[in-house]
Ligand binder design. Structure first.
Ligand SMILES: Cc1cc2nc3c(=O)[nH]c(=O)nc-3n(C[C@H](O)[C@H](O)[C@H](O)COP(=O)(O)O)c2cc1C
Length: 308
């Protein structure tokens, strides 16, 4: 099954739900450009999410979805809100959405949990998920342990539902590789941070453009909440706090607060600039539509030039 057919969209590309970034307006812009736009509900409360859903519905007639971070204290209410608002597609992050899947399926929704392991992929398949978004630790934001290259084929062998590849996709060659690994399409995050429509501060975009291959670092490994961000003063401070044994919840709050500082105020020193390892490949800010068209064209070219 092709991802664009499953979701009724033009391109086989999902925009990852990015907390504090992926607004209703941004999700609508992505859906209008032919991908699947997702509202990132991670940093929202239920009322705010409802407003963003309404904005998204006003601005696009194309399919869109919501990403729920399961550690959000209002995740349960949000799960119900998506049913009430007839949101067609839901993705979930940071945990097992098993308890919500039956109700979502009864409401006719497409359910795509993000998974960092074979075990969770199998569990959500059993619970009725329509597909899994398999995310490797090259990705920006909260990550697991395994790389896309190692993890995706192992999940593909272990489940019968469609597998969507996330983590490390910023070129047509990488999109082609996602298909070669057994994926039916991709989810991208970092490459869309450098889009014209992405509502992050220009300083954040500039930091992505300046990034090199080795510019990202993972914070939170000790606390058990690994997050990939661009190396800066904040990253160093976080690691120091971590080593000093700071409480897990406090560290999580520290990260969320600092992401907002980066996104809204453009604070590239003490803000948390979440981004994936592919940041080093991104050199220009472009409209989302152009990013998608280039990814697709390069993918076909790379396929034609493949020598085995
Ligand atoms: C700034 C940023 C914030 C993110 N926030 C979330 C989130 O709230 N929920 C989620 O499921 N994934 C989140 N992610 C992961 C993306 O949805 C996506 O899976 C990932 O970016 C794909 O890898 P890439 O960064 O290499 O493209 C985030 C990624 C970035 C870059």
């Amino acid at each position: 099954m092709k991802l664009n057919e499953l979701l009724n969209i033009k391109y086989p590309i999902i925009q990852g739900g990015m907390a504090n970034i992926a607004s209703g307006e941004f999700a609508a812009a992505v859906s209008n450009a032919g991908g699947l736009g997702l509202i990132g509900a991670g940093g929202m409360d239920v009322e705010t999410l409802k407003e963003h859903i309404h904005i998204c519905k006003q601005k696009t007639k194309n399919p869109f979805g919501v990403n729920i971070m399961l550690m959000n204290p209002q995740a349960k209410q949000m799960a119900q809100l998506l049913i009430d608002e007839k949101v067609p597609i839901v993705t979930t992050g940071a945990g097992n959405p098993g308890t919500y899947i039956q109700a979502w399926k009864e409401a006719g929704m497409i359910v795509l949990p993000v998974v960092p392991s074979v075990a969770l992929a199998k569990r959500v398949e059993k619970a009725g998920a329509d597909g899994v978004i398999v995310e490797g630790c090259e990705a920006g934001g909260h990550i697991g342990e395994l790389t896309t290259m190692a993890l995706v084929p192992q999940v593909v062998e272990s489940v019968s539902i469609p597998v969507i590849v996330a983590g490390g996709i910023a070129s047509g060659k990488q999109l082609l590789a996602a298909y070669a690994l057994g994926g039916c399409g991709v989810q991208v995050g970092t490459i869309l941070l450098a889009s014209e429509e992405c509502p992050i501060h220009p300083n954040y975009k500039e930091a992505i453009l300046k990034a090199k291959d080795v510019s990202t670092v993972v914070t939170g490994r000790i606390a058990g909440t690994p997050v990939r961000i661009i190396k800066n003063k904040m990253a160093k401070e976080y690691v120091k706090k971590e080593k000093a044994g700071t409480d897990l919840m406090e560290l999580e709050k520290y990260t969320l607060g600092s992401l907002k500082r980066a996104v809204l105020e453009g604070d590239v020193d003490t803000g948390s600039l979440m981004a994936g390892q592919v940041a080093g490949m991104i050199h220009e800010i472009k409209p989302v539509k152009q990013i998608f068209e280039e990814l697709m064209n390069e993918c076909h070219q790379a396929y034609d030039q493949l020598v085995i």
